[in-house]
Design a protein around this ligand. Structure first.
Ligand SMILES: [Zn+2]
Length: 289
């Protein structure tokens, strides 16, 4: 499932092809993904020039010259391929939308599970749109800070892991990076969110920014190799410290796998959480507060 760094990488990968480009042709191959494709999408997109691309939470926002926004969410399994001008490309089963740019480059949206979304919102309505109006601050932006995090966690009875997945607290932090950030900050995932004190919030804010920035950097390095046809954007090799590392040593403390069984997996609100019980102690949390 693409998380914020993947979405950022996809957006950055699209930018050199789409920025200032004109959408020449729209091939919509089915009526819907998770939601219907925009009404009259072809008419609304063909001939439009792309003036800006950016990311908000896990949405890719493509700004058009008529002040409409074409918005893409990759859902669970959405992928974007770039097919160079003049290159052969055989349309695949799950290719649901193909945008051909004026220079012949094709942008192919493929999504086997179809949890993704493609929709359009007028520029002046974007902040009031249900997908955006309740979003918390961008984790990598200056508006996301320890005091803001503390404020947003205040009174929350849910555990901190669950709170980090709440898009109103901070936008776009998914399951993987919530685990990684809690690990880096040394915070047990079951600690009550409202009880995180300001010093811990400081460490957690820093950890969230750090794990996301490092993942984006790793993704960015994969972009350099985009020389071939059918390039797939946004999925790259990660090195996770705890995520999906059950029973391994975390490498950040002296936990002895034989004695402690290493990294632990628990399920919180239906999602797997991975943590190191040595580095992320509930009791230690109490002492430091
Ligand atoms: Zn450890």
């Amino acid at each position: 499932m693409p998380e914020l760094p993947e979405v950022e990488t996809v957006m950055k990968g699209l930018t050199p092809f789409m920025l200032d480009a004109t959408i020449a042709e729209v091939d919509q191959r089915r009526p819907n993904l998770r939601v219907p494709f925009p009404d009259k999408m072809r008419q609304r997109l063909e001939g439009r020039n792309v003036t800006q691309l950016y990311r908000r939470a896990k949405y890719i926002i493509i700004v058009l010259d008529d002040d409409q926004n074409l918005i893409i969410h990759l859902g669970m399994s959405g992928r974007i391929l770039i097919v160079r001008a003049g290159e052969d490309y055989e349309i695949k089963k799950h290719d649901h939308l193909i945008l051909t740019l004026q220079d012949g480059v094709r942008i192919v949206y493929n999504d086997p599970r179809r949890f993704g979304m493609v929709f359009m919102v007028a520029g002046d309505e974007l902040n009031n749109h249900p997908s955006f109006s309740a979003l918390g601050p961008e984790p990598l932006g200056n508006e996301f800070s320890a005091p803001i995090l503390t404020e947003r966690l205040k009174g929350k009875k849910s555990n901190i892991k669950q709170a980090l997945l709440d898009q109103r607290v901070v936008a776009g932090v998914g399951n993987i990076y919530a685990c990684e950030a809690l690990f880096q900050a040394g915070i047990h995932p079951e600690v009550e969110a409202g009880k995180i004190k300001s010093t811990r919030a400081e460490a957690l804010t820093h950890a969230i920014k750090d794990v996301l920035a490092r993942a984006i950097e790793a993704g960015g390095s994969t972009l350099k190799d985009y020389r071939h046809v059918n390039d797939e954007l946004g999925y790259f090799q990660h090195s996770f410290k705890v995520y999906d590392q059950e029973k391994k040593a975390c490498g950040a403390c002296d936990c002895d796998v034989d004695k402690t069984s290493g990294i632990k997996r628990i399920v919180q609100s239906g999602r797997s959480t991975f943590y190191c019980p040595q580095k992320q102690k509930k009791t230690e949390q109490k002492k430091t507060q």
